[in-house]
Write a protein that binds this ligand. Structure first.
Ligand SMILES: [Zn+2]
Length: 144
């Protein structure tokens, strides 16, 4: 994982304030930033290998994904995450506190799942050898 550590250290020194999560959320989604901040307070090095979280509003069917060409980036499909909350909980008022609680939990679990893939990434082969099992195990092992 030295390849990742080099990237993280460089970006800390050049672009970001030390002590704040070193992650560029774009386009800015305040709730995602809030979840990242809360998770980082619990576990300061959790996002060590992540430089970017991209918010994708449509197209893909998955809740989130990572790619071996940009393995320090987590993509979140906010449209899919939001529609899942509405269909699974019946709560559809996006301004309600209840909805925000569900949304933050969903964002956290998708972030942890995708982070599990990133932690599993093998830069030598450019693959994710542990597959879904590795991501699911990582997601379970993190206390959200
Ligand atoms: Zn997965």
């Amino acid at each position: 994982m030295n390849w990742f550590k080099k990237i993280s250290q460089n970006s800390v020194q050049s672009e970001y304030n030390i002590g704040t999560p070193n992650i560029n959320v774009k386009p800015l989604e305040p709730l995602v930033q809030e979840v990242i901040n809360e998770l980082t307070m619990k576990s300061p090095n959790l996002f060590y290998n992540i430089s970017d979280v991209n918010i994708d509003m449509g197209g893909q069917n998955a809740l989130g994904w990572v790619s071996n060409t940009t393995a320090n980036t987590i993509n979140l499909n906010m449209a899919r995450i939001k529609s899942d909350i509405k269909s699974q909980t019946g709560v559809s008022d996006e301004n309600s506190d209840e909805y925000k609680v569900y949304l933050k939990k969903a964002i956290a679990s998708v972030l942890m799942h995708e982070l599990g893939h990133v932690e599993d990434y093998d830069p030598v082969s450019g693959s994710f050898p542990g597959g879904e099992a590795a991501a699911e195990q990582f997601e379970r092992n993190i206390a959200l």
